[in-house]
Design a protein around this ligand. Structure first.
Ligand code: ATP
Ligand code: MG
Length: 199
């Protein structure tokens, strides 16, 4: 059966933390590819100011260009309304039109709130969850937070993830600090050209 990874996010902007996580999981789970899916409106960020979806999409496109195993999808950008993962996975299954095993890659911070997602049980029945370690979020916290029936369907993977976040990158740009080595240079140039994160 085909094994495909999907990595959703706001990607405002995409950074090396995302890329390293995807590449590690791809290798560990022998995935054919990882599809990055920028959210149009992330459910946990409704009402929060963020960059235009097209800018976020473009940065993911540029960041993934040199990896033949990475793709970027417009599935959530093209869909109206809040971008619920369960809707995306169902739509992807339909579009792929064949038997595939899907691996939903997230950071530990995101998976902690899985119970508040739309239809989490249905989502867990449609794909396997891979939670990658992220600094500040421990495995014990996950075990405290989620019921056993959820934990059984989540694999936790320790990765050499740099302690980077998009929030920190936006803050650095705002105060004129360098973001070199935190994001691919094509993304750095795009941020400069489009004058993102200055206010
Ligand atoms: P923000 O600070 O704006 O929330 P972020 O860095 O958390 O941005 P998101 O787009 O929110 O990036 O995250 C998309 C996915 O990538 C989430 O599952 C998140 O947990 C994961 N992720 C983000 N940064 C890292 C990192 N440094 N290491 C591992 N996973 C990460
Ligand atoms: Mg985040």
């Amino acid at each position: 059966m085909r094994r495909i990874g999907i990595m959703g996010g706001t990607f405002d902007p995409i950074h090396y933390g995302h890329l390293i996580a995807a590449e590690e999981v791809r290798q560990l789970f022998s995935l054919e590819k990882v599809i990055f899916i920028p959210a149009k409106i992330p459910p946990h960020k409704v009402g929060v100011q963020m960059s235009d979806p097209e800018d976020r999409y473009m940065m993911v496109f540029l960041a993934t260009l040199d990896n033949p195993y990475f793709e970027v999808s417009r599935i959530e950008i093209e869909r109206e309304g809040i971008s619920y993962s369960v809707d995306t996975v169902k739509q992807l299954r339909k579009d792929l039109d064949e038997e595939v095993e899907m691996f939903f890659i997230t950071g530990m911070d995101i998976v902690l709130d899985l119970q508040s997602w739309k239809s989490p049980k249905e989502l867990l029945s449609l794909c396997r969850f891979i939670a990658v370690t992220r600094s500040g979020y421990s495995l014990s916290l996950l075990k405290e937070r989620l019921p056993q029936e959820f934990l059984e369907k989540i694999d936790v993977v320790e990765i050499p993830s740099p302690p980077i976040s998009s929030t920190e990158i936006r803050n650095r740009v705002k105060v004129g600090k360098s973001i070199r080595y935190l994001v691919p240079s094509l993304v750095e140039n795009y941020i400069k050209r489009r004058r993102l994160y200055l206010i």
